[in-house]
Design a protein around this ligand. Structure first.
Ligand SMILES: C[S@@+](CC[C@H](N)C(=O)[O-])C[C@H]1O[C@@H](n2cnc3c(N)ncnc32)[C@H](O)[C@@H]1O
Length: 337
């Protein structure tokens, strides 16, 4: 995909219902041949619209006026492109863990919770946030509230999971106590999403009191050793959300292979439908009536439990789960959040 196509795709498919600012700016960038040629000069993984916008926010680019924004990107290109090469999108949204809670809550044994691609680890605390589905009372009082609109046959959690260990694997784990890392997490939040900005502060404060164990490295290289060291009295649950879009096809397959060799581990994925199948079973399919919106919550690569809004705002639970046919991806560049 050329950068102009990618920015147009991002405007229409990802920003349109969620950020009028990014929709407007992304379309303007897509129409600007000079700027698109500059973006095209970056390595392909670094041409991601969301990455450019996060860097622009970090550098305090003006976003109200489209022409002022385009001028800023052109004038400051050296700095913008250097930051884009150095960084990757590390949007860490605590609300994404609400999709996993109904499944985790069904687990009777204590859990060793392992998140691959954890960023700052904010999704490793589904038992510490006040998560409310459709306004129902949450199972725990917390300074961090998460409201989720649920449709379908959501199995409302009736008890909290017992989480014995929290382990996060990431190429570049972020420290919620480091002001620079917090500034990057904040820059990754879309302009209109003030509720998410507030939640970042609250979830980061909570995580700072009891940080997870971080393992720095690639998910394929590190997972095996992490699984080998898990307390055998616990159930290992490996989960990920908004990560596989950053992993190439080979990495996704190697990752799935490791999990297949560990049937004692439960594997939960909440990812774009365009990347999920490449990680997994050639027999996974979705009926077209589900549409293309949202992430999919998939267990062990084969059971699709739900569609989820990519930033955790809604969940549509499918009962029974869908399994056993073939999902065909159209692109591997989409679904980066
Ligand atoms: C968009 S963020 C998502 C963070 C978190 N999972 C969430 O949903 O809030 C993607 C994260 O995956 C990490 N990542 C990407 N490729 C990775 C890999 N091959 N191994 C480990 N982490 C990776 C990035 O560093 C980044 O922190």
């Amino acid at each position: 995909m050329r950068s102009s196509e990618w920015f147009r795709w991002f405007a229409v498919n990802e920003a349109a219902d969620s950020s009028a600012t990014y929709e407007r700016l992304s379309l303007a960038l897509a129409d600007d041949d000079r700027l698109m040629a500059m973006v095209d000069s970056l390595p392909s993984a670094k041409r991601q619209p969301n990455l450019l916008f996060a860097v622009a926010q970090l550098l305090e680019a003006p976003t109200e006026e489209t022409s002022a924004f385009l001028n800023f990107i052109e004038r400051r290109w050296e700095q913008v492109s250097a930051e884009m090469k150095l960084r990757s999108t590390q949007t860490n949204e605590a609300a994404r863990c609400a999709a996993f809670l109904p499944l985790l809550a069904q687990e009777q044994k204590p859990i060793s919770l392992i998140e691959v691609g954890c960023a700052a680890g904010l999704c490793l605390y589904p038992d510490r946030y006040s998560i409310s589905y459709n306004g129902r009372p949450s199972l725990v009082e917390s300074s961090c509230q998460i409201e989720v609109a649920a449709t379908g046959a959501l199995p409302y959690p009736v008890r909290l999971p017992r989480i014995a260990a929290r382990i996060g694997i990431d190429l570049n784990p972020l420290d919620v106590q480091d002001p620079d890392d917090l500034a990057w997490l904040d820059a990754c939040i879309w302009p209109e999403h003030q509720d998410r900005r507030d939640r970042l502060g609250r979830s980061a404060a909570l995580v700072a009191q009891d940080p997870p164990r971080f393992v720095t490295g690639d998910l394929v290289d590190e997972l095996e050793a992490v699984l080998a060291a898990i307390d055998p009295e616990t159930v290992p649950v490996v989960f990920h959300t908004a990560v596989l879009a950053y992993v190439d096809q080979r990495g996704r397959r190697d990752f799935a292979d490791i999990l297949h060799q560990h049937p004692e581990a439960r594997w939960l994925a909440n990812e774009s439908r365009w990347v999920i199948d490449a990680a997994e079973s050639p027999t996974l399919d979705l009926p077209n009536e589900l549409g293309s919106s949202g992430f999919l919550l998939v267990e062990n690569g084969i059971r699709v439990h739900a569609q989820c809004e990519p930033h955790g705002r809604w969940i549509n639970w499918l009962e029974p789960p869908i399994a056993g046919r073939q999902l065909r991806p159209e692109s591997t560049k989409t679904g980066k959040h």
